[in-house]
Design a protein around this ligand. Structure first.
Ligand SMILES: O=P(O)(O)OC[C@H]1O[C@](O)(CO)[C@@H](O)[C@@H]1O
Length: 541
């Protein structure tokens, strides 16, 4: 399909059987009419309150004047450093939008105390904080809000004037904002779920305050609405959804997302949440694998196995045959992918609008934080330490391994057939950025895909798939010592304790499902990380 703003190349792995069926069933037109019956009777009540995204390019228009007015006020007051406190669907879209437009937006989607401290110490006098949470109850976002209010108070700044809220009507955050007199509250459409909210107040407000033109994004998306609503085989959203769904039915249930030549930056991280949280449940689903720049030599791209579908975001590398291509303006791509994932959800036979397993890790973390002090700290002992790295795993996984390289090697051997290895780094994604190199190092020559996620960010993205999708993952969790902790104001825990509880809760849930897990704790972050990177280089697939 080709159009001014959107170009897709999609091959149907089943010769078009699924696509033809979707056309006959009039799925695209029904989706455009927000028909909640498309995912079966069990999903119907949830779907009936989750389809507002289909019309956002039009229904978000009234927001623009409100955003413009606020932006002008902030400029007048010299508040030009925009921080976004939010997780998952409340931060991933604005991050791509701002990066693509080349404007600065500080995205704080972590509980790592070093990362929070760094944000707090950066241009506080010129900072406006957008606190974004659909539910208004997300612990990370609430903790970040508290930390900023304290920092403003300590600096003699009126914090309430520096907080802009985006949330659903009636949420606890909306009520709090009203009570505390926060500067502005944008109430979002409650009929749009987090990961489908790119073109709502959640995507637009922070990005626009940072300097992006939100009208342009809506124009780009609106331009492709007719193509996405057509019950025809050349509907790009229907074709992409059919291809992903048909591939899943054939056991090709991993999607390598590669960034091709394109001005769009970081789209795969957004698509990752959309795909993983929407489809990864009931033991089924598509595993998104963000491989970064898609070059022939990129591990997990040129050499991906036959259970992986490659999708290029942007112009493809023609040396790698058989890839699907989605290329176009950012607004168009958002709507294309939302449509495709909703369609794939119907083919796979899941409810794309819930995330039933995310709560498990949250509950486990909460239980640890609520435990009488000392209990959480008296956690398990490492099996052994190698330099600045403590190693935690069960004896069955480690066998006789008593060095870091051997432990890593043991984990790679435990990756199930047609499975995957996930690196879960509960670290500082700025200060410990090199940890992300582990994906490529561990994927070189591997017969399985390797994913990488920063904790707790990934808990709101691929975390759902890891716990609810096919049980074929092996998990490498990395945690790090805290050099300088930070209290979460008016809470009985610090950020260091919070991230530790989130990591421990996550690990407990993965273990309870019988997944092979290895935890590496860096007692000194930079030395330990260097050791882990060196050990990863030595792993033989
Ligand atoms: O916007 P909220 O309610 O803070 O939620 C953030 C994220 O957490 C989840 O609800 C669950 O991980 C995501 O679906 C969502 O995008």
């Amino acid at each position: 399909m080709s159009g001014a703003d959107l170009r897709t190349e999609v091959h149907q792995p089943d010769g078009g059987v699924v696509l033809d069926r979707l056309v006959t069933e009039d799925v695209a037109a029904k989706l455009a009419r927000q028909d909640p019956t498309l995912w079966g009777p069990e999903a119907e009540s949830e779907a009936s309150i989750r389809l507002g995204w289909v019309d956002l390019p039009r229904t978000s228009r009234p927001l623009l004047a409100q955003i413009d007015a606020l932006r002008a006020e902030l400029r007048e007051e010299g508040l030009d450093h925009v921080v976004l406190a939010g997780m998952g669907g409340s931060s991933l879209a604005p991050e791509v939008i701002a990066a693509t437009a080349g404007v600065e937006l500080t995205v704080l989607d972590s509980t790592d105390p070093h990362m929070v401290r760094r944000a707090l110490s950066d241009r506080l006098d010129r900072t406006i904080v957008v606190v974004s949470s659909k539910s208004g109850t997300t612990v990370e976002t609430d903790s970040q809000r508290r930390a900023y209010l304290k920092a403003f108070a300590d600096a003699g700044i009126d914090g309430a004037r520096r907080i802009v809220v985006v949330t659903d009507p009636g949420s606890p955050l909306a009520e709090l904002a009203e009570r505390e007199g926060y500067r502005t509250v944008f109430l979002a459409d409650p009929h749009v779920g987090g990961r489908f909210s790119a073109l709502s107040a959640f995507g637009l407000v922070p990005a626009a305050l940072a300097g992006v033109d939100p009208a342009e994004l809506l124009d780009e998306a609106e331009a492709v609405m007719p193509a996405l609503a057509a019950s025809a085989p050349d509907n790009p959203g229907l074709a992409l959804g059919a291809a992903l769904g048909a591939a899943h039915e054939q056991g090709r249930n991993k999607v390598a997302l590669g960034e091709g030549a394109s001005p769009i930056r970081g789209f795969a991280a957004w698509a990752e949440q959309l795909i993983a949280e929407s489809t990864g449940k009931d033991g089924r689903g598509l595993l998104p694998v963000d491989v970064g720049a898609a070059r022939t030599s990129t591990p997990g791209w040129g050499d991906a196995g036959d259970d992986v579908i490659r999708v290029s975001i942007g112009a493809p590398d023609d040396a790698v045959p058989g890839q699907l291509v989605t290329e176009g303006s950012l607004g168009a791509l958002f709507l294309l992918w939302e449509t495709a994932v909703a369609v794939a959800g119907r083919v796979i036979g899941i409810n794309p609008f819930d995330q039933p397993n995310v709560e498990e890790a949250k509950r486990a973390a909460r239980a640890l934080l609520d435990a009488p002090s000392g209990e959480a700290a008296a956690a398990e002992e490492p099996v052994f330490a190698d330099g600045a790295v403590e190693v935690y795993a069960d004896a069955t996984l480690l066998g006789s391994a008593r060095s870091l390289p051997d432990a890593l090697q043991a984990l790679t051997r435990a990756v199930p057939d047609r499975g995957y290895l996930a690196v879960l780094a509960y670290l500082d994604r700025v200060g410990d950025a090199r940890a992300a190199d582990l994906r490529g190092l561990l994927a070189r020559g591997a017969a399985y895909p390797v994913t990488f996620g920063w904790g707790p960010r990934f808990l709101h993205s691929t975390g759902q798939y890891h716990k609810g999708g096919p049980p074929v993952g092996a998990f490498l969790q990395i945690t790090g010592a805290v050099r300088e902790d930070l209290a979460v104001p008016d809470r009985p825990y610090t950020f260091g304790q919070l991230i530790a509880a989130q990591a421990a809760g996550d690990l407990a849930v993965l273990r309870s499902k019988g997944a092979p897990t290895l935890r590496l704790h860096l007692t000194d972050r930079s030395t330990g990380l260097e050791q882990v990177l060196q050990a990863a280089e030595r792993v033989r697939s």
